[in-house]
Write a protein that binds this ligand. Structure first.
Ligand code: SF4
Ligand code: SF4
Length: 128
């Protein structure tokens, strides 16, 4: 699953994630992170046969887990379908459909925000 993990200041220095990886042999892919001593958040992909147990462990240890169904959102009103974002996406998550409208594949998106920063009309927003 893809999820935002939120860390409060009192747990930011604890090795909860590495303990979960060790105990449950989960694959833990960090897509985006902003962690400071005052807390922070990470966008991650977690997978493995014991994924659920690993996530339960992380939550029990005090990290908030919010499933990320969508990482970015396009504002239809603002998008002018210029296509500038398409070639910038490092994982080919944005494509131009037959009707010339651009579409974002939520499964592929890794939340790098290249498209957010490159859009001339501010049509793409990052969910956090
Ligand atoms: S760069 Fe912005 S305006 Fe251009 S296609 Fe992408 S979302 Fe639409
Ligand atoms: S956030 Fe990054 S990965 Fe996701 S659609 Fe935009 S450019 Fe692609």
């Amino acid at each position: 699953m893809k999820a935002w993990l939120k860390f409060s200041p009192n747990i930011v220095n604890k090795s909860i994630i590495s303990e979960a990886i060790k105990r449950y042999d989960i694959d833990f892919n960090i897509l985006r992170a902003n962690i400071t001593p005052r807390g922070g958040k990470m966008l991650v992909e977690i997978s493995g046969p014991e994924e659920k147990e690993g996530i339960d462990f992380i939550e029990d240890a005090g990290i908030e887990v919010h499933p990320a169904m969508r990482v970015v959102k396009k504002d239809r009103e603002k998008c002018v379908d210029c296509g500038a974002c398409v070639s910038l996406c490092p994982v080919s998550a944005i494509c131009i459909e037959d009707d010339w409208e651009i579409r974002i594949d939520d499964q592929k998106c890794i939340g790098c925000s290249f498209c957010v920063n490159s859009c001339p009309t501010g049509a793409i927003m990052l969910f956090e």
